[in-house]
Design a protein around this ligand. Structure first.
Ligand SMILES: Cc1cc2nc3c(=O)[nH]c(=O)nc-3n(C[C@H](O)[C@H](O)[C@H](O)COP(=O)(O)OP(=O)(O)OC[C@H]3O[C@@H](n4cnc5c(N)ncnc54)[C@H](O)[C@@H]3O)c2cc1C
Length: 372
């Protein structure tokens, strides 16, 4: 075998897996079709370290978010990755939303998040004088991270561990051979290469369903639908009025957790993301200027100082959803596929939020699925 372990995809999750695997194994390869790491979903998100408040109890999302949050804070401290444990407020702006806050707190406690505090109007004003809310939940363990620096650190560490990264090469074929897999690569000059690997880890994000199909694992229930999230920027100097993350009470079904306010390490402030399933799986990162009105209206409820011209179009990201619009939220799909006749092939499909928060715990989880 040329490789013991091959990881497909150098987003934040593939990088974390490659770092973890290369601590223990020799001949680990990381293959990425783009010229460098993190050019897709991993650089087009809110960069929030989620507390793990909303996910269904017992789900991988819940377990891996909780574990991942603590691992990520420790990792950032250890390697000087910029982060801020800024906390977040979930704000009720009308009396009918107040009971929902109680429900969120109960769900969170059930999920092992026991540090949420209910704040009244004057306590909210102490923390965020420019925010309007009747009542709020404060989550002290929520934070933000500089995701580019995090991925750069993963890359440095995995190279130091001896992992080989191959950028600019797309995996186009995966065939089962006696004790592993033959992988076909197409590089940017259209050259084709083949190599063999005992274990293959599919961490291909938005096209992970297609990579799984290349290995002969077709499954209609694991088809990815591109679901776009757009952001608007809160222009200076009004960004200075916000100190932490501010979320409305969540909308039905958690398709998204509502247009919220995210702060950045640089001091910038974004609104978003919204939730729009695309008609086809195309990489559409355009921001729709006409959405400014809807963003303005939904956020003005809790940012009364806001004026329409305080906003400007920012950027968009795409979620790899495996549930159709309106369907209940699905869990991360992370499985070693022996049961489906592909031993040593590990699939990660539908790694939407909280995938960044969970990157290190996903890496440990995947490590435990590998048998060499
Ligand atoms: C709008 C939005 C907001 C979000 N906010 C947050 C947040 O605040 N906190 C949080 O925890 N999570 C958040 N997430 C989720 C988080 O961004 C993702 O879970 C995470 O980035 C997924 O990382 P990944 O490595 O699985 O995928 P990706 O970053 O998509 O990486 C996959 C990589 O695989 C490569 N690839 C694909 N096919 C092939 C192939 N055939 N050959 C070679 N390479 C291939 C791609 O080029 C890509 O680089 C958000 C997501 C979105 C869209």
């Amino acid at each position: 075998m040329d490789a013991q372990i091959t990881i497909i995809g150098a987003g934040v999750v593939g990088l974390a897996i490659a770092e973890r695997a290369s601590e223990e194994f020799k001949d680990v390869f990381l293959i990425e079709k783009n010229p460098t790491f993190g050019q897709e979903t991993s650089s087009r998100n809110s960069e929030v370290i989620h507390a793990g408040i909303y996910y269904p109890k017992g789900s991988l999302k819940s377990k891996l978010c909780l574990e991942g949050k603590n691992l990520l804070y420790d990792y950032c401290r250890k390697y000087d990755v910029p982060f801020k444990n800024c906390g977040k407020l979930i704000v009720a702006t009308s009396p009918d939303e107040i009971p929902i806050l109680d429900g969120i707190k109960k769900t969170a406690i059930n999920n092992g998040v026991d540090d949420l505090v209910i704040l009244n109007k004057s306590q909210i004003a102490d923390l965020e004088p420019s925010v309007y809310a009747l009542q709020a939940i404060y989550s002290p363990s929520t934070g933000i991270v500089d995701s580019h620096s995090l991925m750069k650190r993963f890359e440095t560490n995995l190279i130091n561990n001896g992992c080989q990264i191959v950028y600019g090469s797309e995996v186009t074929g995966i065939n089962r051979i006696s004790d592993g897999y033959e992988i076909t690569l197409l590089d940017s000059d259209k050259n084709i290469y083949k190599f063999t690997s005992r274990v293959v880890i599919n961490s291909a994000g938005l096209t992970s369903d297609l990579v799984s199909e290349m290995a002969g694992l077709s499954d209609g229930t694991l088809k990815i639908m591109f679901c776009k999230g757009e952001y608007f920027r809160l222009n200076p100097p009004r960004n200075k009025l916000i100190n932490r993350l501010i979320y409305p009470v969540p909308v039905h079904n958690l398709e998204g957790i509502g247009i919220h306010i995210t702060i950045e390490m640089s001091g910038g402030v974004k609104l978003g993301p919204d939730v729009t399933y695309l008609e086809s799986n195309i990489y559409d990162y355009k921001v729709t200027p006409s959405k400014q009105e809807a963003f303005f209206k939904s956020v003005r409820k809790f940012l009364p100082f806001l004026e329409f011209d305080d906003l400007s179009p920012e950027m968009a990201g795409i979620r790899p959803k495996i549930q159709k619009p309106g369907e209940p939220v699905r869990d991360f799909y992370i499985k070693e596929e022996s049961e489906r006749g592909k031993p040593g092939f590990v699939n990660l499909i539908g790694i939407e939020s909280p995938g960044l928060t969970s990157s290190l715990s996903i890496a440990n989880y995947v490590r435990n699925l590998i048998r060499i």
